[in-house]
Write a protein that binds this ligand. Structure first.
Ligand SMILES: C[S@@+](CC[C@H](N)C(=O)[O-])C[C@H]1O[C@@H](n2cnc3c(N)ncnc32)[C@H](O)[C@@H]1O
Length: 232
């Protein structure tokens, strides 16, 4: 299953395929204020346990610099990465399989006053309805450990990356996972590690999917891998 399945770059998805609808609900000014307050509270809570979310996301996004558009963020979640990219002035297409996550990301982007630079789409990263070679940067931050299988996603990302385009994959370090688990336990929640895939697993197979690893780094309890799409 994990083997190389051929050059997916040569296959364009049906361009007439409709992007699945996601219509964000406009938040009221109270909801925006609540979102700002919740953001500050979560920041403090994570800091108390030793994880500085702001520093972590800055480090992760810095690893992809210099950034060229178009940019795709896969598994947007509550939007930390997409909002950081948009804060830096970039236009981002954000995809997630959960419309609750997209709505949260939309409210967070509104609260940060960058929602006009982010297009939110309800789309599975395993089947991206975008043309081949379209994006100059694809980011996938703290998503890997949620996936039962990551190779189909890697293959799909490689297809939509332009030649010399960049993939940024980031996930928690072991210590980072411990912290997140302790934070969530403190609130009576569990943290699932899905298939338990790691950045090392991605690094091992990335060359089979038309990409070359350019950078590995770890700081602020996040580890990153940046790979370039091999041009041919
Ligand atoms: C922890 S969140 C990601 C955090 C986010 N990237 C950030 O920077 O804040 C993981 C997200 O990945 C999404 N996800 C999982 N599998 C996916 C898939 N196949 N395609 C798109 N999104 C997916 C989940 O719905 C969830 O919202």
């Amino acid at each position: 299953m994990n083997g190389y399945m051929g050059d997916m770059d040569d296959i364009d998805r049906d361009e007439t395929m409709e992007l699945q609808g996601f219509v964000p609900k406009e938040p009221s000014s109270e909801e925006l204020e609540k979102s700002r307050q919740r953001y500050r509270e979560r920041l403090e809570l994570y800091k108390k346990f030793g994880y500085d979310r702001e520093k972590a996301i800055e480090f992760v996004v810095d690893s992809a610099e210099p950034i060229e558009e178009p940019v795709l963020d896969v598994g947007t979640g509550s939007g930390l990465t997409a909002v950081e990219l948009a804060r830096r002035g970039h236009h981002v297409t954000s995809v997630d399989i959960s419309d609750d996550a997209l709505q949260t990301a939309y409210v967070n982007a509104k609260a940060a006053q960058v929602a006009d630079r982010i297009a939110f789409k309800l789309i599975d990263g395993m089947s991206l309805p975008f043309e081949a070679r379209h994006f100059k940067l694809v980011t996938m931050v703290n998503v890997l450990h949620h996936l039962e299988e990551f190779v189909p996603l890697l293959r799909e990302i490689s297809r939509v990356l332009s030649p010399e385009g960049k993939l940024l994959v980031a996930d928690f370090t072991e210590e980072g996972f411990d912290i997140i688990e302790r934070v969530l336990r403190s609130e009576g929640n569990d943290h699932s590690r899905g298939g338990g895939h790691t950045i090392d697993d991605v690094a091992e197979v990335i060359h089979k999917h038309g990409m070359q690893c350019k950078l590995r780094d770890a700081r602020f309890h996040e580890q990153v891998l940046v790979a370039l799409k091999v041009s041919h």
